[in-house]
Design a protein around this ligand. Structure first.
Ligand SMILES: NC(=O)CC[C@H](N)C(=O)O
Length: 384
């Protein structure tokens, strides 16, 4: 070590680690990121790029993310691509971590970034076998340990760790204080009240780019709090956990619907709107996570390739039926081509719609960005 250099907590190199699933299957690997022990729901993401946006998406809070792309870390990390204040995942699983960051935007390496954030990961895992297992058996709890390589001891702790079903996580990642996002110059066309259930940075930015002044409020803000902003529209964000627990957000959405103020929801926000309309939500076997998910717009027949991160879905008919709800007629507007899961809901008698996927497109693709324009059009028409 040269003069003036200090020992920093660097990435773990070569230390054995183990990942144990709650059904007892174990995978050996090496410590990646911080050395330690962590627990969460094991889920896989099929994104070939955009790992920094994935790691910092608050909707992954409480989850151990398995990357199906085999080579991770090659473009490093930077301060600009964070989708929230830091890394949110409970743990990270990769096959072959890049030893070099090679990109003109890279500021630091991923392994050191994970270590600095205290995020425990594992590399050298047969992620194809792990993904196939999760695909067949479903997302399930897991633990990663680089402290002890004893799978039996770890399994006991995995079985004692909390399940994703019944987890109310949005208030844990939401902002504590309200804040405002707006573009520096240009005309302010609309005022939006946004309920932060785990919002990604690019969402208020996408609205600000369209002339919105976005007032972001904490997860437990009520309909009255949202309406006190005197908004042209109200937005319900993405977020972690089981939507069946978020009664506070469902009540807020019902209040906004009753007030007739235009409403737009993304992901958790789609599930919250679905519940406010009287639909149930349920857990998918292994969910949709990645940036290459095809979705069909039932009104136009158009297919968009979209960014997803959801393990739950709204239970509603996907054959175009109009369902009568306390807020008038509602139809499923979008479906996932891979498995016919509900990907969007449209109210026909009140100004409200939502999608299960991510038009803010961080990381890409940008096919669905027009949904923010649709929200602006709804606000331009005004509420009831
Ligand atoms: N990205 C999200 O908003 C996810 C919503 C919810 N936590 C789910 O897994 O389905």
């Amino acid at each position: 070590m040269g003069a003036g250099e200090q020992a920093r907590p660097g990435p773990a190199v070569g230390q054995p680690a183990v990942l144990v699933l709650e059904d007892g299957r174990a995978f050996a690997g090496e410590a990646y990121g911080a050395v330690g022990e962590t627990f969460g729901e094991a889920v896989f993401s099929t994104g070939m790029t955009g790992y920094q946006e994935t790691l910092s998406d608050p909707s992954y809070y409480g989850q151990v993310v398995v990357m199906t792309a085999p080579h991770i870390g090659n473009t490093g990390v930077n301060d600009r691509d964070y989708e929230s204040s830091g890394i949110q995942v409970a743990g990270y699983v990769v096959r072959d971590p890049s030893r070099l960051s090679s990109n003109w935007r890279a500021e630091r390496g991923l392994a050191a970034e994970l270590a600095r954030a205290g995020v425990v990961g594992i590399s050298g895992v047969d992620t194809r076998a792990l993904t196939r297992h999760l695909r067949e058996r479903g997302a399930m709890r897991c633990g990663i340990s680089s402290l002890s390589a004893d799978p039996a001891a770890l399994l006991g702790k995995v079985l004692a760790s909390p399940e994703m079903v019944g987890a109310d996580l949005a208030p844990e990642v939401s902002t504590r204080e309200p804040y405002v996002v707006a573009a520096a110059g240009g005309e302010r066309r609309f005022r939006v009240a946004a309920l932060d259930l785990g919002i990604k940075r690019n969402t208020p930015l996408s609205m600000a780019a369209r002339g919105c002044e976005v007032h972001v409020l904490p997860a437990r803000a009520t309909a009255d709090d949202l309406l006190a902003v005197e908004p042209d529209g109200v937005f319900f964000s993405n977020g972690p956990g089981d939507p069946a627990t978020a009664d506070y957000a469902v009540e807020a959405a019902s209040g906004v619907l009753r007030a007739g103020v235009p409403l737009f929801g993304i992901c958790f926000g789609n599930q919250v709107l679905g519940r406010a309309l009287g639909f149930g939500t349920y857990k998918l076997t292994y969910g949709h996570r990645g940036i290459n998910q095809p979705v069909k717009d039932l009104s136009t027949g158009q297919i968009a390739v979209t960014c997803h991160n959801h393990g739950f879905a709204v239970a509603a008919p996907t054959d175009g039926t109009h369902v009568d709800t306390p807020f008038g007629r509602v139809a499923v507007s979008h479906v996932a081509l891979n498995d016919d899961v509900v990907e969007g809901v449209a109210c026909l008698d009140v100004p409200a719609f939502s999608v299960q996927y991510h038009p803010e497109a961080a990381a890409g693709p940008h096919d669905a960005q027009g949904l923010f324009d649709r929200f602006c059009e709804l606000m331009a028409k005004g509420g009831k």
